[in-house]
Design a protein around this ligand. Structure first.
Ligand SMILES: [Zn+2]
Length: 292
């Protein structure tokens, strides 16, 4: 579990979602056994998606982010709900590139920047909301900021970072989304932009202060910030045998019969937590009976 603070300046010009998500990203790394580059790419994505999940109103609302950048990392997918649960996967968890010219993990090179960020919001309506924007750099934060600007017409600033230790564990990971409120005083914008530009990186802030309230005060120094709400986010998978069974039902009787004949059983692995579900011959035959 990691704490998220939702805050706003006293004059109600902008709202902030801020988190130290170090434990959450470490849990993700433990499951997917990612290289440092993949830890950072997927880590950044799940952090921002988890914060966007908290923006949803309905209890059962869900948000999915799909990044297809054409790079060696392959597709990245992340799903979050409004209660703070998030899960995700990266197509190539072993992606490994030399450091970039700034001496940093080459996330943009791994993800690629020739492609799209797609956001699907399931709000319990007949049709989900689907928005899409072109990737800017594949560095994740800017790509989400572009999505907010172009697809939702919501001026936003997105900061996120993941710092990997020598032993590959996550040393620090965090994220911050800043959004202008509808009646924001336009004179405040340059001052706010200046603060955001001048702020150290998320991982520097977390490493140095190790306290999310202190980080908030450092980034937004000069503004009187009020805490609106405190929430929690965590990496959790909600897969189950029932869900896997539904997936098997959906492939149809003929295909199930072929599996019984050729393999005698089916093992399904969850993309998000890598848990395996084994269905033996009897299980499969029972499913066929259900299909009818
Ligand atoms: Zn799972």
């Amino acid at each position: 579990m990691n704490k998220v603070i939702i805050s706003m300046d006293k004059a109600k010009n902008f709202r902030v979602y801020l988190t130290d998500a170090t434990n959450m990203v470490e849990k993700m790394r433990g499951i997917h056994n990612t290289t440092p580059t993949a830890s950072a790419a997927l880590g950044r994505t799940i952090i921002v998606t988890a914060l966007m999940g908290l923006m949803l109103k309905g209890k059962d609302d869900k948000i999915t982010a799909i990044i297809k950048g054409g790079g060696p990392a392959g597709q990245i997918l992340s799903v979050a709900d409004s209660t703070g649960r998030v899960k995700g996967y990266i197509e190539n968890p072993k992606v490994d590139l030399p450091l970039n010219e700034k001496g940093k993990l080459d996330i943009g090179g791994a993800v690629g920047n020739q492609g799209t960020l797609t956001i699907i919001k399931d709000l319990g309506l007949k049709e989900p909301y689907i928005g899409q924007s072109q990737l800017v750099s594949g560095e994740i934060a800017e790509d989400f900021a572009a999505y907010f600007a172009y697809s939702e017409q919501q001026p936003s600033s997105v900061m996120t970072g993941v710092l990997v230790d020598r032993d590959l564990s996550i040393m620090a990971a965090g994220g911050c989304i800043v959004q202008l409120l509808p009646d924001a005083d336009t004179e405040v914008i340059p001052k706010l932009e200046e603060r955001i530009m001048a702020a150290p990186s998320m991982t520097d802030l977390i490493t140095q202060y190790n306290d999310i309230h202190a980080v908030l005060n450092v980034i937004f120094e000069g503004f009187e910030m009020i805490i609106v709400e405190e929430k929690e986010i965590s990496y959790e998978c909600d897969c189950s045998r029932e869900r896997m069974e539904k997936a098997l039902i959906s492939i149809g009787k003929q295909e199930l019969e072929r599996i019984i004949e050729e393999d005698g059983q089916a093992e399904l692995i969850c993309h998000f937590c890598l848990k395996g579900y084994l269905f033996d011959k009897t299980d499969l035959e029972n499913i066929i009976k259900e299909v009818g």
